[in-house]
Design a protein around this ligand. Structure first.
Ligand code: DP6
Length: 328
């Protein structure tokens, strides 16, 4: 069997995924949308081998956390089932960004693993099939398969729940600034764990309807070349996600003081006519969406806040692709 290596980009949700209708298949309760980030990648090499009794899985540098190796092995089982093989695999994975950057690596991780493992078994899966496969490892990974700006259709079955790219006005020159606070302690409640509580929020049902409506608003803003409208949807979605988190039992508060300080700074920046919008995933760090022409002024202003450690500027990333440089 051949050795294969794939590279995938992390993504930031514009319309958030927070809640599963089917835990086992990872079917989300609503559709979501995201931007892939060019500077944040996971590269993974996979080889299925006769000489292995167990899967051999390694993450270069920081190593995997408890339970992560089992999740990788379970995902390899899904690939083995489709390919009808029983061989164990050697897997080495490497992230271009540290965990402390506050970005989940599960999206890029499971997208790269899905593509490398499928190709290593000789399967020739379509982008849609790879997105469906990646989704089962981690929901947001479905969106790292097509990359670009994508929508993950919630669907009603495994076959209908996948992500695909959507068009956006190219002259927007979209950028995402990852604003890292100095307090980089790893988040306490992971996404899988946190979203399992979502149905306990009294606002759960209405939040699902709101997300679907926001997917439509996002598409309309792009069709109408309305960047301010696009930004409004992104911020409404940030509050929709965190409103859900804050109203579950138990409550989850991902924000810190600096999170709100960055929001307020951005509102000030906007008064000077610069269009820069915020969103936050399951952690304290703010992600700013703006256009290339405004990156340096937004960065200069945010760097004035004393609790900001670094700001990583990302343009839009590609879809998951095969690369030649194997990790072993
Ligand atoms: C807040 O994809 O990490 O980033 O499917 O349980 O692995 P699992 O969850 P995951 O959740 C991402 C949650 C989010 C919002 C989003 O990316 O849409």
């Amino acid at each position: 069997m051949k050795k294969s290596t794939a590279q995938a980009h992390a993504n930031i949700a514009l319309v958030k995924y927070w809640g599963k209708g089917d835990e086992k298949l990872r079917l989300p309760v609503n559709s979501s949308a995201a931007i892939a980030l060019d500077n944040l990648t996971t590269t993974t090499t996979v080889e299925f081998r006769e000489d292995l009794k167990e899967d051999q899985v390694e993450l270069v540098g920081e190593g995997f956390e408890a339970g992560e190796v089992e999740k990788v092995s379970k995902h390899l089982d899904r690939v083995r089932e489709i390919a009808k093989i029983s061989l164990k695999a050697k897997v080495i994975s490497q992230n271009s960004f540290p965990k402390a950057a506050g970005m989940a690596s599960s999206a890029s991780g499971f997208a790269a693993l899905s593509v490398a493992a499928a190709v290593a078994t000789g399967l020739n899966l379509s982008e849609k099939e790879l997105s469906i496969l990646a989704r089962q490892g981690s929901g947001s990974a479905s969106r790292s398969v097509p990359g670009g700006v994508s929508v993950w259709h919630a669907g009603t079955s495994s076959e209908t729940s996948y992500a695909q790219r959507i068009d956006y006005p190219k002259d927007w020159d979209l950028h995402v600034l990852l604003v890292m606070a100095t307090d980089t302690s790893v988040k306490k409640v992971g996404s899988t764990e946190g979203m399992a509580l979502a149905p306990t929020s009294p606002y759960f049902k209405i939040a699902i309807e709101e997300a679907e409506a926001n997917i439509e608003r996002l598409k309309v803003s792009m069709r109408q070349n309305d960047f301010a409208g696009f930004g409004r949807v992104i911020e409404d979605e940030c509050f929709r996600l965190h409103m859900l988190c804050m109203t579950t039992t138990p409550n989850i508060l991902y924000w810190r003081g600096i999170t709100v300080e960055v929001f307020q700074k951005l509102l000030k920046i906007r008064e000077s006519g610069i269009e820069a919008f915020f969103t936050v995933d399951a952690g304290p760090h703010v992600h700013v969406i703006c256009q290339g022409k405004d990156v340096s002024s937004v960065k200069t202003e945010l760097e004035k806040l004393s609790e900001i450690k670094t700001i990583i500027d990302c343009a839009i990333g590609e879809g998951t692709k095969l690369v030649e440089d194997h990790l072993f």
